[in-house]
Design a protein. Structure first.
Length: 257
């Protein structure tokens, strides 16, 4: 199956033309216009330092429905104790830098290249990329997640943790807030045992693309300015909170090329 080479023109091939690994195209650039077009089509960049830009649309696709977030008993205890204060969009660059420095399962290095960092910081300044941060009582950044929002869909990019349950607290609080705002879907991109313990499932690409199209038709649910948590936002209120008492996930790494 061919892999398509992109030029300067803002176009992508049909995601259904991806190879079995999910690789669809190579080349192009990381301009905001191209990134936003890619996300609207269910495509995302993922490559390592020294490689050309690689564009992916995997099949199956890992997704999390906000109402299906699983908060384990262990995580619920951390939330009840108020171990961390969660904020939105107060330290986007610190979050992406921490994600870039987080160890990758299976090897050294990071897929968050300097060009990727610059591209997502630009999206953040334009109001499309957002972060959720878990802060400890002594003011340290203990965990976080960042991603891109379009319509009623949030595309998770990466997360990191420095303290127990740090990234999970940030993710759970963000997902509950997205549910309050009416978001229909969190794109997790590729499956992992960690994400599945939090409620993520795998969908066939066609089902994901259909849900993405519906989510985009909803229009922007939030303005372009920095996000803030609603008063009283609480990640413990999900219908599956502490259900079943499944043990918390040990690893918190995200994608590894």
């Amino acid at each position: 199956m061919p892999v398509y080479r992109l030029g300067r023109e803002l176009v992508f091939p049909d995601p259904e033309l991806s190879d079995p690994s999910g690789l669809l195209a190579v080349g192009g650039d990381l301009r905001p216009e191209r990134l936003l077009l890619a996300y609207s089509l269910g495509i995302f960049p993922w490559y390592a330092e020294g490689q050309p830009i690689l564009w992916h649309s995997p099949d199956p696709r890992a997704v999390l429905l906000p109402g299906d977030l699983h908060v384990s008993r262990s995580l619920a205890r951390t939330l009840r104790r108020g171990t961390y204060e969660v904020r939105l969009d107060t330290a986007f660059e610190a979050v992406i830098d921490a994600c870039a420095r987080s160890p990758r399962p299976g090897g050294p290095g990071t897929w968050i290249t300097p060009a990727m960092r610059e591209a997502y910081v630009r999206l953040h300044r334009l109001g499309f990329a957002h972060s959720a941060e878990a802060w400890s009582a002594d003011g340290r950044l203990a965990g976080g997640i960042y991603g891109v929002a379009l319509g009623a869909v949030f595309f998770g990019e990466s997360m990191f943790t420095r303290g127990r349950d740090g990234s999970k607290v940030a993710l759970a609080t963000l997902v509950r807030q997205l549910e309050r705002w009416g978001f229909a879907l969190v794109d997790c991109q590729v499956r992992s045992a960690h994400l599945e313990r939090l409620g993520a499932v795998s969908w066939p690409r066609q089902r994901f693309l259909a849900a993405l199209e519906r989510g985009l038709r909803a229009g922007a649910l939030r303005g372009r300015g920095p996000w803030r948590l609603d008063a009283g936002a609480d990640a413990r209120c999900g219908k599956r909170a502490a259900a079943g008492g499944r043990r918390a996930a040990p690893g918190e790494g995200r994608r590894t090329p």
